[in-house]
Write a protein that binds this ligand. Structure first.
Ligand SMILES: Cc1cc2nc3c(=O)[nH]c(=O)nc-3n(C[C@H](O)[C@H](O)[C@H](O)COP(=O)(O)O)c2cc1C
Ligand code: SF4
Ligand code: FES
Length: 682
């Protein structure tokens, strides 16, 4: 592909995709067909152009969603519209796994091969697909399938996601019938998971193009006629997504043929084995409220915390959060009150609040379940956080592979705005705050806070060197408080119960409730809420872990393995640290003795090699060397493996010491723990 403006023209559809985001071009400089007199005297550039750079990622999404890939002509047109150099835009487009810059079929089937799915038979699913559809990456029948890192659906492993490019559901057609309130998102507690018999044509509810399950059996044509026969042939292909989990090759072939007809996903609350039980705090509403209803949220304590925040004032909110001892749940365990205070006290304006919902750590799915089961809780929490740090704008950076969370959160934001819970004068208190969702596009590294800022700003998602820290110079170079979803929703019980009552939960250094993502070889995988201080054994008893456990991975790929005889480790920041391991993002992945550990380690290494942004040498080279060495010893033990294990230690130490960001610094942790703690290769 040429890296300068070329002669390639966008197709009408590509143009329409970009224009649907940016509006029609107003000058020939922007790609309008006709040159006007003013075009000869005036060109967009400088500051005005820089201010639109952050629309690059949404623009790439718009093209990719509609066409399925990003052609030279489409990229060229988007670059003209945004005055972005095509070489830079190409660098951004190729950074993300969800985008393609070469032609590919409109339907892409992502099949998770990460740890939880591997322990639940993803290899057999891939083998079945190879038989039916050909090798991964080869196109057949308008579909291409490819292995994928963790899709954040680990409780229903093995998991897969189909994305069909096409016209957005709300463009050029009569409105879809509204979803019955909470019809599919609300749980029937104790209800069975819907199953889709192999070979059957699913007769379940139809799904609107954006994936919403609708009450009518078939989507409508532009004229409101049922789609079928000739009308169906004339209808444009619609954007659609389908989540298939647990996946079988047969179900995936069916979903791949017609994603819009795939059965609706089970309600989010089925991922919460404790749903509906008394004593829950963070998960108390999941499965209880209708996630589509602001009124239902309000009827279940919703927006009480925001009212208290207005009573306390910004400084009072920060004091409560500090006194409560809240510590970030995104992995770095930084005290939230300190972060907020540091942001609030910056004299520079404007301030931003960013919610990190990128959730790409293999084995992590708690944020998805919260966002799908209780979306207004996150919107309320972000509003309180924005108020505390003096931000009038919030960005919610959402993992690109979470279609249902996107739909629910966008709906919640729209409703909150319409009802005065977001906007220029929230609840008549004179506080202005609004939230914009930005979709990630398949890059684990964008969960690192500064990489996330670059991603929103329209650059490659590469971490920045720190200092300066985000509280001084974050998003768009302004003071920014960036927090994980789970961290933010803890603010609700803090304000509702008061700091002292909250701090009484857990231990002195790890206060409050904690969400754990339990997956792998357990009887009841899912999200569990426990007070900090419960032991690993207590958690695994709830999840019905088997006697045949071989290893437990704590903290995800960036975490470490522990042995089944270490179940008395307290699940606290200090307890796991003392035990030489980490809580990380709350992953607890159980592997039994049937799982080939060396192959799992190769998968971990492959993940880091793939996800390294390549910016610094220790990580870029080290992750490759690590994977090579693990491949070499996959069937070896003892002396035969010794030389490579020595090499792994050397490479691992270099990555830990000299990498710019947490990805490189932790890329060797799980492998190291498997060697030293589990005695892998002995
Ligand atoms: C490679 C990498 C990936 C990360 N991914 C996430 C993520 O998906 N979600 C998240 O909240 N934090 C993630 N983090 C941690 C963030 O950089 C940051 O510490 C966190 O979002 C701060 O929020 P908290 O203080 O509420 O924990 C990641 C860090 C690294 C190094
Ligand atoms: S450590 Fe790895 S992911 Fe992080 S900046 Fe360096 S190359 Fe990129
Ligand atoms: S969805 Fe497959 S490991 Fe998480």
């Amino acid at each position: 592909m040429d890296l300068h403006f070329g002669d390639s023209k966008p197709t009408d559809e590509e143009r329409a995709a970009v224009d649907s985001l940016l509006g029609l071009p107003t000058s020939a400089w922007e790609g309008a067909d006709d040159r006007t007199d003013s075009d000869l005297r005036w060109a967009r550039g400088g500051r005005e152009a820089r201010e639109r750079r952050d629309l690059l990622l949404p623009g790439l999404h718009a093209i990719n969603d509609r066409i399925g890939w990003i052609s030279e002509g489409a990229l060229d047109y988007l670059c003209r519209r945004l005055t972005v150099p095509p070489a830079e835009a190409y660098g951004v487009a190729t950074f993300y796994a969800m985008f393609a810059v070469k032609p590919r079929p409109a339907k892409v089937l992502h099949v998770c091969t990460d740890l939880a799915c591997a322990s639940k038979g993803s290899a057999a699913v891939c083998a079945g697909l190879e038989e039916r559809l050909g090798a991964a990456g080869s196109a057949a029948g308008g579909l291409v399938w490819q292995p994928s890192p963790c899709l954040g659906l680990c409780e229903r492993a093995p998991a897969a996601l189909v994305i069909q490019a096409g016209v957005p559901s709300d463009e050029g057609s009569a409105p879809q019938p509204p979803a019955a309130p909470g019809a599919t998102e609300r749980v029937q507690l104790g209800g069975a998971r819907p199953s889709w018999p192999a070979g059957a044509n699913p007769a379940g509810p139809a799904r609107a193009a954006n994936g919403v399950s609708v009450t009518a059996p078939l989507p409508s044509s532009p004229a409101g006629l049922p789609v079928g026969g000739q009308a169906a042939e004339a209808a444009p292909r619609r954007y659609a997504t389908a989540v298939i989990a647990p996946a079988t090759p047969e179900a995936l072939v069916l979903a791949g043929a017609e994603p819009a007809a795939a059965p609706a996903e089970p309600a989010a609350a089925l991922a919460v084995p404790q749903a509906g039980q008394p004593g829950l705090s963070l998960l108390s509403r999941v499965g209880v409220v209708d996630p589509y209803s602001l009124d239902d949220y309000r009827a279940h304590d919703g927006y009480r915390a925001l009212r208290r925040a207005f009573d306390l004032g910004p400084a009072g909110v920060i004091r409560e959060v500090t006194d409560a001892g809240l510590v970030g749940r995104g992995g770095a365990a930084f005290p939230t009150g300190r972060k907020w205070q540091a942001t609030a006290s910056q004299p520079v304006r404007q301030h931003y609040l960013v919610c990190n919902a990128d959730e790409s750590e293999p084995g992590t799915f708690k944020d998805r379940v919260v966002m799908e089961g209780d979306p207004y809780a996150l919107i309320e929490s972000m509003t309180i956080a924005g108020y505390a740090v003096g931000a009038d704008r919030g960005y919610l950076y959402l993992r690109g592979e979470y279609p249902r969370a996107l739909r629910l959160l966008q709906h919640a934001i729209d409703q909150a705005r319409a009802r005065g819970f977001l906007g220029d004068d929230i609840l008549g208190q004179g506080y202005a705050f609004d939230i914009e969702i930005r979709r990630g596009a398949g890059a684990y590294i964008c969960g690192e806070e500064t990489a996330l800022f670059n991603s929103i700003e329209g650059y490659r998602g590469e971490p920045r060197s720190k200092p300066p820290f985000p509280v001084e110079s974050g998003l768009f170079g302004k003071p920014t408080a960036e927090n994980n979803v789970e961290t933010l929703i803890n603010v609700l019980p803090i304000l509702n119960q008061g700091a002292a009552a909250y701090a009484a939960i857990g231990t002195g250094q790890s206060t409050g409730p904690k969400l754990f993502c339990v997956s792998g070889n357990v009887g009841k995988p899912g999200i569990y809420e426990l007070p900090f201080g419960a032991t690993l054994g207590e958690l695994l008893e709830l999840a019905e872990a088997p006697d045949t456990m071989r290893a437990i991975l704590l903290g995800g790929a960036a975490g470490g393995f522990v042995r089944p005889d270490e179940l008395d480790i307290p699940l606290t920041f200090e307890g796991t640290r003392a035990a030489g391991t980490t809580l990380g993002s709350g992953v607890v992945l159980v592997l039994d003795d049937t799982v080939p550990l060396p192959k799992m380690l190769v998968r971990v290494a492959e993940f880091f090699r793939d996800e390294s942004c390549g910016q610094c040498v220790p990580c870029r080279v080290g992750t490759v060397r690590q994977e090579e060495a693990l491949h070499r010893i996959v069937d070896k033990t003892g002396e035969d493996a010794a030389e490579d294990i020595a090499l792994l230690r050397e490479v691992g130490a270099a990555m830990k010491d000299a990498s710019i960001c947490g990805l490189g610094q932790t890329a060797w942790s799980a492998v190291e723990s498997a060697i030293d703690r589990l005695g892998a290769y002995k």
